[in-house]
Write a protein that binds this ligand. Sequence first.
Ligand SMILES: C[S@@+](CC[C@H](N)C(=O)[O-])C[C@H]1O[C@@H](n2cnc3c(N)ncnc32)[C@H](O)[C@@H]1O
Length: 286
Amino acid sequence: MSTARATAASVQGDPAGSRLSAAEFSAISVLVQNSCGINLTTDKLELVNSRLQKRLRALRLDAFAQYIEFVNSSAGADEFNEMISALTTNVTSFYRESHHFEHFAQTCLPRLVTKLNAGEAVRIWSAGCSNGAEAFTLAGVILERMPDAARRNLRILATDIDPKSIERARRGTYSEDFVQKLPGNYLSKWFSPSANQYQVNDELRNLVSFNILNLMEKWPLKKKYDVIFCRNVMIYFSRPTQEKLLQRFSDLMNPGSFLYIGHSERVGGPAASSLKPAGMTIYERY
Ligand SMILES: C[S@@+](CC[C@H](N)C(=O)[O-])C[C@H]1O[C@@H](n2cnc3c(N)ncnc32)[C@H](O)[C@@H]1O
């Protein structure tokens, strides 16, 4: 390492010699792209360096070359998950992009009620659910209008690639800061305070099942879906990966069902012929 580079590295707190090189960044990008679709552009080198430095320290490794060898080995399977966890962005909140939940309540839910009343099953998927805030918001909106929802044939599946996110979502415990922006009486109605935190009530939890699922792999889903929320997930994928994913969503959706995507995402490619715009970043399958 040159003196200038060694100095820059030590200023940033990296042990000498452990700074991520362009070639090592490229090796990690390929691994991440192939396993979970995330497209790490070269401007992310610093971010990857700083997030993975923590993993090197935890494993007491001196160099990224050793780390890459480890995550590629069979002994490194758990560390592979840690790496994905460190490199994914899990930002979320209750009622995020609230216009989606308004559309869901006003336009989508009446259709779901009609299906349930006709004896049909209703399936909702929160794909890339992070800590579960999106799925629990949906459960709250449903229960407000259908208090007996748990006794109807309606289920919310919430999935994420990150095992830590799924663990958090299953726990259903949120900090005071995180629940602060919840509207109206939502907090007192659906949460119980517990040791400086808030615990989601069983009524909400009973509607949702959480599972680890990588959107890039085969989905173990047998039924068609009536609602898919996949928001602020595709933004990290390349355009061809997004288009393939959108087509897979479309194939899984019942006619008349809705797809909700993030504010900076859009439907394009072949799926655009079966998913028609139905509101701001909302698409109806026809
Ligand atoms: C920014 S969060 C979005 C959470 C929520 N949908 C929302 O909009 O508030 C993105 C989530 O996508 C997950 N993710 C990234 N790549 C994934 C993949 N290939 N399969 C499944 N989930 C993935 C991340 O782990 C993260 O929890």
